[in-house]
Design a protein around this ligand. Structure first.
Ligand code: ATP
Length: 516
């Protein structure tokens, strides 16, 4: 099945099974805003807990923070967002659709990369174990031609982005004959800058209202509280502050479901270090964050680093962790070495010292900062795209059947176990209810007695429940139940008294955190 079709099915699945709904749906929705349903909110909470615990529990020099969404408007002047948090936009005059000029060019470049990868895949199949990818890349004419074109566009693109040369961005689009995906034409407007921050009025008119911004990132709340936390927590450098919270961006192009939203949630950690040590810490955090992703077991080959071509005005090193989504490798997390830019700016704009006294060095300085920043929603999409599987099942009589299963890591699964009486009589429901009652203090359990057992299993597979417990007539005799495993569909007979320990070991966050 084409990857685009898989993605469409995934979006439909999220809606059908209570994971994600379009916002304000009865009013035809609100573009790039989504609501999380009964299972979605559980998955989201579990992702947040995995991140939070990996930061705050596992590091004795990282603490949390929950700063307000509303902040003094000068903060956004100091951070550079008022003047520079722009995206270059371009309109197609025929379709009247708006695009990000940089994204159009990046998507065009990705096509060359795809062509190269296809050549490599074909050659790999042809030559088997004898295949030497490096040599093939250096000698195959088609690969070389595509690589040359790609390098040429990339060089022009980086130069134009670094110089914020809007005319040149447009010229790259024209020269490469990039067309509007809707109208198929090259009838483009000029490229313009567009600020992504939402603003609103703060205070009533009687007391004199002022313009205020909805924060486009959570990081600034950490910077302006840096000394509050450092002093009250008696933190010594190096130390970090972690925060999870909503952020808002008036994105020009809102596509790909929850990948790019106008209201979303971020998990950010700012790590304060001695000036000069930042690049070592940058490498250190790259490694830690990649491990956090791969520990989920979705396959190391589906992740990669993408170093930035254009460094943001505040950074001296930056990379993205990308995941292979059904629509290609895309950013899930950014890791930036932000220098002392933010604290210095706040010191200048607020007139308050943002310095730290280092007892080891016997001097005061503005620390340098390494930031790790990941979107909860984008991580949610990463997890759910990796977990979604349409599986063909061979039956004993030779015919086949399919099942949709969400192979979520057990800790992340919204429901940990479903408890099912085989029939709704003979005292079986009462035993099932008692098991739910006993286990619900430790796990998210669901009692389910509707439909045939086969259909119940399928329903639990579709929401990603890793364990199903079935109570049958044998249970009455020997106090045992069957436990059915979602991924293998194997069933085992176990004693009711041992259930809690078996499940606990499998779904505990500690099992996951110990892999880090
Ligand atoms: P992009 O290049 O995709 O616009 P960015 O580089 O601007 O993203 P950052 O400012 O580094 O993103 O934000 C950190 C993380 O926040 C991203 O890696 C992503 O996971 C998440 N994020 C950013 N913008 C959005 C959005 N509009 N919707 C959902 N998640 C987002």
């Amino acid at each position: 099945m084409a990857q685009e079709d898989v993605f469409k099915k995934l979006v439909a699945h999220c809606k059908e099974y209570g994971y994600v709904f379009p916002s304000s749906e009865i009013y035809d929705g609100l573009s790039a805003v989504y609501d999380y349903g009964q299972y979605g909110v559980e998955l989201k909470n579990n992702i947040k807990k995995y991140w939070w615990d990996s930061m705050v529990l596992l590091h004795d020099n990282i603490v949390g923070l929950d700063s307000a969404i509303f902040m003094h408007p000068t903060i956004w002047k100091a951070s550079g967002h008022v003047d520079a948090f722009n995206d270059p936009l371009i309109d197609n005059k025929d379709s009247k659709k708006r695009y990000r000029a940089d994204v159009l060019i990046e998507e065009h470049m990705a096509k060359f990369e795809e062509k190269i990868n296809k050549e490599i895949e074909k050659a790999m199949e042809r030559f088997g174990d004898a295949f030497d990818e490096k040599k093939f890349r250096e000698t195959n004419q088609r690969v070389l031609a595509n690589q040359e074109k790609l390098d040429e566009i990339n060089a022009r693109f980086s130069k134009a982005m670094n110089a914020t040369d809007l005319q040149e961005l447009r010229q790259i689009i024209i020269d490469n004959e990039i067309v509007c995906p809707i109208s198929g034409t090259r009838n483009w407007t000029e490229v313009k800058q567009f600020n992504l921050m939402f603003s609103t009025e703060f205070g009533s008119t009687a007391e004199g209202s002022s313009k205020i911004y909805l924060r486009p990132e959570t990081a600034q709340g950490i910077f302006v509280n840096f000394l509050n936390v450092q002093k009250t927590g008696r933190m010594k450098i190096p130390f970090g502050i972690a925060q999870i919270g909503k952020a808002f961006r008036n994105e020009i192009v809102a596509r790909q479901f929850i990948f790019r939203m106008r209201e979303f949630e971020q998990m950010e950690m700012q790590f304060f270090v001695q000036p000069g040590s930042e690049l070592d810490w940058f490498r250190h955090w790259k490694e830690i964050r990649m491990k956090w992703h791969t520990a989920l077991g979705f396959g190391d080959e589906n992740y990669r680093f993408h170093d930035h071509v254009k460094l943001a005005h505040y950074a001296n090193a930056a990379t993205d962790i990308e995941y292979k989504f059904p629509f290609g490798f895309k950013e899930v997390e950014g890791i930036h070495s932000r220098t002392d830019f933010d604290l210095k700016q706040h010191q200048q704009y607020s007139g308050k010292k943002m310095q730290y006294f280092d007892p080891e060095r016997g001097e005061s300085y503005i620390p340098y900062v390494i930031e790790t920043s990941i979107g909860v929603d984008r991580m949610f999409l990463q997890v759910i795209s990796a977990a979604y599987l349409e599986e063909e099942l061979k039956k004993e009589d030779g015919s086949s059947d399919t099942r949709v299963v969400l192979r979520l890591p057990s800790f992340l699964a919204p429901v940990k176990l479903a408890v099912m009486p085989l029939v709704k009589k003979d005292g079986l429901p009462e035993i099932a209810e008692k098991i739910v009652h006993d286990l619900k203090f430790d796990f998210n359990c669901q009692y389910d007695d509707k439909d045939s057992i086969g259909r119940r299993y399928r329903r639990q597979d579709a929401i990603g429940t890793p364990y199903c417990i079935t109570i049958d007539h044998q249970t009455i005799d020997d106090n045992t139940v069957t436990i059915r495993y979602r991924d293998t569909m194997l069933q085992e007979r176990v004693g009711i008294t041992g259930l809690k320990d078996i499940i606990f070991e499998k779904v505990s966050i500690a099992t996951l955190l110990k892999k880090l």
